[in-house]
Design a protein around this ligand. Sequence first.
Ligand SMILES: C[S@@+](CC[C@H](N)C(=O)[O-])C[C@H]1O[C@@H](n2cnc3c(N)ncnc32)[C@H](O)[C@@H]1O
Length: 203
Amino acid sequence: MLFSAACERNKEAILAVLQDWLPPGAQVLEVGSGSGQHAVFFAQSMAGLVWQTSELNANLAGLRERIALEGTSGLAPGSQILMPIALDVSAPVDWPDQRFDAVFTANTTHIMPASSVPDLLVGAAGVLVPGGLLLVYGPFCDHGIPTAASNVDFDLHLRSLDPAMGVRDAVTISEQAQGLGLNPVADVVMPANNRTLIFRRNP
Ligand SMILES: C[S@@+](CC[C@H](N)C(=O)[O-])C[C@H]1O[C@@H](n2cnc3c(N)ncnc32)[C@H](O)[C@@H]1O
């Protein structure tokens, strides 16, 4: 089964943010669920959560395996994890024809091409209820300036693997988001020089 050590390190800190920000009984769309560890941990930890997992079509099999094994029992009261849907943020037809209280994504913006990040914002704006939240966890720079040495190294590492990958600019993301009616409401400092950028869709 797919396993992410990073997920194990960051899940508690992200859970605290979700507990602070999500409304009770939130219906959440997760973009790029990866191994599914976050989905399972959050649904085990928060009551009443309805968590829709998603992944690129090519990466669905591993995610499905974890959700089938760990996502159907032992969850917090009233919580459910919905079986993954195929979702490439840059494919408009992939976005579900449904509304969510929140869209959550972790460690995806530095993996997808820079040109796909605005697609993530457009798609999220389209599926959020008025007042709904977009939460984007990961490493970011500001005005192109790294906020930590570790993120410089990480950015170089990513670009050496694939020039299309790289640490994204939180200021640019915020500007693009505002143009779509997603207003920045918080920039939460997270362990290991990560952040959670939070946007609220116009009511
Ligand atoms: C580093 S993994 C993070 C996975 C998981 N969210 C986590 O925190 O462990 C990056 C994920 O982004 C997904 N991804 C990359 N490009 C994407 C796109 N265009 N649309 C949706 N997901 C994408 C990948 O399939 C991969 O699962």
